[in-house]
Design a protein around this ligand. Structure first.
Ligand code: HEC
Ligand SMILES: [Cu+2]
Length: 316
């Protein structure tokens, strides 16, 4: 059977928007390619050696032609830029209230952790019609998380968090790839994204054997790594309470100056791995670094826990 799809499914909202821009650019490239090709061929034929055509008084100045060849490409170029920039900004700025999923890439698999506790490998289950935000990092080298049917791709980089969001709008199973050469089995670093009806997704999430939520697992790790010893009212070490810190500006001491930085995932992560770099104003730099002692998976859970106690505080 003749089955040679040039395009993957359009399974997310941004897929349509990206394709529209893509087709616009494709049509434009085709139009100019054909136009220039026809002009070259016809001039070559018309003015080839030996033809009887009028070669006297070639036009040297043509105001309207200059206006056209400057104006039209300028307009088209700016259209592509503006259109592309709008899509880019929209594609890389997750909307508030998106469902959070954590992803760790490692040679050679994708580890996926849902906030409710369920984890999976080389599979990602998501509900239809809801914005999903992935917070991603890598345990070793640079990977790239790529879902062609959603037209989204984002590098997954060791030592920092990157995020990606999409809103699936078609139930089905779609390919998931690593799109950055990451070693011998890079080509095997593939998986599936399953888009489910919201009700089915809820059932899937709460299936037996799921265990505690990520924040609850993080709370346990918070005790296990002795964070709680300092951060929950220690008599020995004066350490800040972490309730509600997420999403707030934190005063950071730098020399004699204090500046504010937003306590986002990046900040929380750096606070644990490189605590000396940003020291909260009013505190001594007594926190030990947890670099190389805490896995990316555990760190994500601890951060989820810190975020969750922020939420509790806010609703009070
Ligand atoms: C020996 C005591 C100690 C331990 C153990 C400790 N911390 Fe800290 N932590 C501190 C102190 C003191 C500060 C404030 C100074 C600074 O910013 O480094 C701090 C700051 C922080 C901050 C920034 C807080 C803010 O208000 O901006 C975070 C987040 C944090 N710690 C998380 C953790 C986590 C997670 C662990 C466990 C993996 C941990 N800490 C273990 C003492 C500790
Ligand atoms: Cu990879």
């Amino acid at each position: 059977m003749w089955n040679f799809p040039l395009f993957p499914d359009q399974a997310s909202i941004s897929a349509r928007q990206v394709d529209a821009l893509y087709f616009f650019e494709l049509c434009m490239a085709a139009f100019f390619t054909i136009l220039i090709f026809i002009l070259i061929v016809s001039f070559a034929v018309r003015y080839r050696r030996g033809t009887q055509v009028d070669r006297s008084h070639p036009p040297v100045v043509s105001r309207w032609m200059e206006v056209i060849w400057i104006g039209v490409p300028l307009f088209l170029g700016l259209t592509m830029f503006t259109w592309g920039a709008i899509l880019y900004v929209r594609d890389y700025e997750p909307p508030p209230g998106a469902l959070e999923v954590y992803v760790v890439g490692k040679q050679w698999m994708w580890y996926v952790q849902h906030a409710e506790g369920r984890a999976e490998i080389n599979e990602l289950h998501v509900p239809l019609g809801q914005a999903i935000k992935l917070t991603m990092t890598s345990q070793d080298v640079i990977h790239s998380f790529y879902i062609p049917a959603f037209r989204v791709k984002q590098d997954v980089v060791p030592g920092r968090y990157t995020s990606l969001w999409f809103a699936p709008m078609k139930v089905g199973r779609y390919h998931l790839f690593c799109a950055e050469y990451c070693g011998t089995n890079h080509s095997g670093m593939v998986g599936w994204v399953s888009v489910m009806e919201p009700v089915e997704f809820q059932q899937w999430l709460s299936q037996a054997g799921t265990g505690p939520s990520v924040a609850e697992q993080g709370e346990r790790l918070f005790v296990q790594y002795h964070c709680a010893g300092c951060h929950q009212g220690s008599q020995i070490v004066h350490a800040p309470r972490l309730e509600g810190v997420y999403g707030r500006p934190v005063p950071i001491q730098q020399g004699n100056e204090v500046h504010f930085t937003l306590a986002d995932e990046r900040y929380l992560r750096d606070s644990v791995l490189e605590p000396k770099r940003e020291v909260v104003a009013g505190y001594q730099p007594l926190m030990p670094s947890f670099k190389d002692q805490i896995s990316e998976q555990d760190l994500l859970k601890i951060i989820a826990y810190i975020k969750s106690i922020g939420a509790k505080e806010a609703t009070r």
